[in-house]
Write a protein that binds this ligand. Structure first.
Ligand code: PLP
Length: 526
């Protein structure tokens, strides 16, 4: 493809992409194809001769579109969203064109320097404490990772190395590259335990798996809205230390758990960690992958104050709710040296005068892989195109749609019960088992109206409610008009609804509620 062919092809592709976005509200959100649908449509071997772009492009509509799940559809209400906007796409285009795997500063200084500045912008937009800025005295700073999973694994490795080193040095063994030092580090690594609440995302358990450490969960309870409490943490830490003789070294607190958007009780948890010297050494990582986006609006800003002290790292995915396409996982660390101590391996071919002076950032030492993409461009484009006010408006719109859906659910106490406190535009509900008996309606709406605490007047594990809710969920998804996710919380089968796509508006929310009611009534009628 030469430059003129590229010009024509790119214009055609852009037109196609715009039409794709326009067509989304009318497309089924879930595809109807069966597994393996694509192979018979694609030649078994790559083409021998070059093909025209028009021929290649045509296959998008005929072969790819039928197999797409439309995450950008306003009817996508499953998992958490994955946003994309036009300025973000433009950022990807430039990034693809420059294509510099800028692992060291010299490999493309603009790539490194823009990332440092833009991560400071993001930190300020979220109201994160000063300690996470690249300009902070404590040598904090942000780095863009691919995913929250990668961020957690990277932090866990940094924490592992920090703790193993501390324990080794405390024994009087010097860090001099000796066999003895290596043996002690390995011995200590084997005793380390990473923790999170039982509601934390599975990526935390996976991070421990990747880092080769043990992992334990802190139990949460429905009565506590599935938030991690200080009491539960204390009991778990005590057991690990006193009964198991192991060393807790890393804990993830979540702002917005995947199941229910619960927010762990940060102040209470940090107070517990301050109770013992060994607990003060635990690396605290905040996983705010989805809900962290809400820190841009005033109502949620106070949460970030909890991170001023006693928190080592914080992560938020702009690619979930904050208008930047996948991948844009923003990771902030209080002390970059913890990271570089763990991950800096510098063979001769990676040395250069700039790195040697220590005056530049080489982001390869802040991540697991060497090469990296120019991801800050798309964040820069989005933050400038929307401005902080545009970003706030986007979050506010999502919150309003979430509230609308919650209110609609509450308006049908005969059918539904809200299971956990709705937050960050997520509603977690189940069908009441009493709905299955014609006369039944206890007239409550699942909350007692104070502080959003849920009053559970129905037995938690109600098999009948579980069965009906599951059937309703499966019926809705089988029709593909909207796409929802289910989960099981404290034995309760629930449906999660979160519809905050950039194209979503009230009409989509109301339609989704009607679909929910109709499907429920259909199941109840048998
Ligand atoms: N943390 C939370 C709270 C999540 O909800 C998710 C995914 O939804 C993740 C982490 C993992 O995100 P990623 O796909 O960026 O690894």
């Amino acid at each position: 493809m030469d430059r003129e062919q590229f010009r024509v092809a790119a214009h055609a592709a852009i037109d196609d992409i715009i039409n794709h976005f326009d067509s989304l509200p009318d497309r089924r959100v879930l595809p109807t194809i069966e597994p393996g649908y694509l192979r018979p449509q694609i030649p078994e071997n790559p083409p021998i001769e070059p093909q025209e772009w028009s021929e290649i492009q045509a296959d998008i509509e005929s072969k790819i579109q039928p197999g797409l799940t439309h995450w950008q559809s306003p009817n996508f209400m499953a998992f958490f969203p994955a946003s994309v906007t036009y300025p973000s796409i433009l950022g990807e285009m430039y990034s693809a064109a420059f294509n510099a795997p800028a692992f060291n500063w010299i490999c493309s200084p603009a790539c490194t320097e823009l990332e440092t500045v833009i991560m400071d912008w993001v930190a300020k937009a979220l109201g994160l404490p000063e300690c996470f800025l690249s300009t902070s005295e404590n040598r904090g700073g942000g780095v863009i990772q691919g995913t929250a999973s990668e961020s957690a694994a990277t932090m866990l490795i940094a924490a592992r190395e920090r703790r193993a080193r501390e324990l080794t040095l405390a024994e009087g063994v010097k860090d001099n590259g000796s066999r003895e030092y290596e043996d002690r580090i390995c011995a200590h690594r084997a005793r380390l335990v990473a923790l999170s609440s039982d509601q934390a995302h599975s990526s935390i358990a996976k991070a421990a798996l990747v880092a080769g450490t043990r992992f334990r969960t802190v139990p949460s309870r429905l009565e506590d809205n599935m938030e991690m409490t200080g009491e539960s943490l204390r009991a778990t830490l005590t057991k690990i230390e006193e009964e198991e003789g192991l060393v807790p070294f890393f804990i993830t607190f979540t702002m917005g758990t995947t199941n229910t958007c619960a927010v762990d009780r940060f102040a209470e948890l940090k107070a517990v960690l301050n109770e013992k010297e060994s607990w003060k050494r635990i690396w605290v990582h905040i996983d705010a992958a989805y809900a962290g986006a809400a820190l841009v609006v005033d109502e949620y800003r106070h949460i970030a104050q909890n991170f001023a002290e006693g928190v080592d790292s914080f992560n938020m995915n702009m690619h979930k709710w904050l208008l930047v396409n996948f991948d844009a996982s923003c990771l902030f660390v209080r002390n970059r040296t913890d990271l570089t101590n763990a991950l800096d391996i510098t063979p001769t071919y990676l040395r250069n005068p700039y790195s040697e002076t220590g005056t530049v950032i080489d982001y390869r030492n802040w991540q697991i892989s060497l090469g990296r993409r120019f991801r800050s461009l798309k964040i820069w484009f989005v933050m400038r195109s929307y401005g902080l006010n545009g970003m706030k408006a986007h979050i506010h719109k999502g919150l309003a749609l979430g509230n609308l859906f919650t209110e609609k659910v509450k308006s049908r106490p005969d059918l539904f019960e809200i299971v956990t406190k709705p937050d960050f535009a997520l509603t977690v509900l189940r069908v009441r088992s009493s709905a299955a008996t014609p006369t039944a309606s206890n007239g409550t709406n699942g909350t007692n109206g104070t502080n959003g605490v849920i009053k559970h007047d129905v037995a938690q594990v109600d098999q009948k409610a579980n069965e009906i809710t599951k059937k309703v969920y499966e019926l809705i998804n089988s029709r593909g008009e909207i796409y929802l996710t289910s989960s099981v919380i404290a034995g309760i089968y629930v449906i999660r609804v979160v519809g905050v796509s950039t194209q979503a508006d009230e009409a989509h929310t109301l339609r989704a509620f009607d679909i929910l009611v109709n499907a429920t009534e259909e199941i109840l009628r048998g």
